[in-house]
Write a protein that binds this ligand. Structure first.
Ligand SMILES: C[S@@+](CC[C@H](N)C(=O)[O-])C[C@H]1O[C@@H](n2cnc3c(N)ncnc32)[C@H](O)[C@@H]1O
Length: 291
């Protein structure tokens, strides 16, 4: 039998599963994960080029329903004291033109779902042309109604925001990260990350983009994942990302000695992980260079 090729991102502590989270999550053992750190596709924005992609639902209420279904499975695989750290972005309901600025804009050759659906205002929630949809909070309230305990809203303030040449509103430069708990008594390590003064960490994080995301169009900063992992788990615990992208959560987990399970639909993004530095390898190299 041919020996299976072992890629650098397939270590005993970092498992990458390629496929739809809706079919893979039910195969994971109940209560096997300490915390989930993730960022699903935003509704109607990027085209991840797969028929099973989340975010391509015809209406934003169906998107919210898809996420509730996925995170219900995440709740099952979380330990009783587990947490979910969820980064979700917003968008505008627009009628017509994509223009060359704002979240609906045609930017370079980025394929955008919103352009495919011809920017029709969705017939839901009384949305009107130009309405900010409030999707992060709609998702948060739907998850709350489904049984999650919503414990915090962290504002990620972007040091480098996406340029928008809008003249009728301020430029968007923040996103939400929600902290949800499975049960009222959950693991949170307040010493995991502190303010520079030593005070308890505040709920706004000013973070710049990583120098390289290895070509993934929507990778989040490694520092964002690192903070969630340090606050939400202990060394040796297992972290899950059901929308793994190029593996930022997995890399951050390995760097702080956590195990990780990543699920990603698009094999092209899974392959990008072979470009990411392998934490163990880098440490060994650094050690031998010093000795
Ligand atoms: C916002 S990106 C996540 C980026 C990731 N945080 C990173 O830093 O690389 C969302 C990812 O979800 C993937 N995705 C979309 N639908 C999915 C599904 N049904 N199951 C698993 N992954 C999916 C997309 O291919 C995309 O890579």
């Amino acid at each position: 039998m041919a020996k299976q090729k072992t890629l650098p991102y397939e270590t005993p502590d970092l498992l990458t599963l390629t496929g739809d989270s809706r079919t893979i999550l039910p195969t994971l053992a109940a209560e096997s994960i300490q915390c989930c750190v993730t960022s699903p596709p935003y509704w109607g924005l990027r085209d991840y080029d797969h028929p099973a992609q989340i975010g391509a639902e015809s209406s934003p209420d169906l998107y919210v329903a898809s996420l509730v279904e996925i995170f219900r499975e995440v709740r099952r695989v979380l330990r009783q004291d587990g947490t979910l750290w969820l980064n979700v972005g917003d968008g505008y309901a627009r009628n017509g033109g994509t223009g060359n600025c704002g979240p609906n804009a045609v930017v370079g050759n980025t394929r955008k779902l919103i352009q495919k659906r011809n920017c029709k205002v969705p017939e839901v929630w009384g949305l009107k042309d130009r309405d900010l949809m409030g999707l992060p909070w709609r998702v948060a309230f739907a998850l709350q109604a489904d049984g999650w305990i919503l414990r915090s809203k962290i504002t990620w303030i972007k040091k480098t925001a996406m340029p928008e040449s809008v003249k009728n509103r301020p430029t968007n430069a923040t996103e939400e990260v929600f902290l949800f708990a499975k049960s009222p008594s959950y693991f949170y390590d307040p010493q995991g990350v502190r303010e520079p003064t030593g005070a308890n960490l505040r709920n706004y994080w000013i973070l710049g983009p990583d120098p390289s995301n290895y070509g993934h169009p929507a990778a989040f900063p490694r520092e964002l994942a690192r903070r969630c992992i340090l606050l939400g788990s202990r060394p040796g615990d297992c972290v899950l990302d059901p929308f793994g992208g190029c593996g930022t959560t997995g890399l951050a987990a390995s760097e702080v000695n956590r195990k990780a399970v990543l699920i990603e639909l698009n094999p092209e993004y899974v392959a990008m992980r072979s470009l990411l530095p392998v934490p163990g390898e880098r440490k060994t190299r650094a050690k031998s260079a010093n000795s």
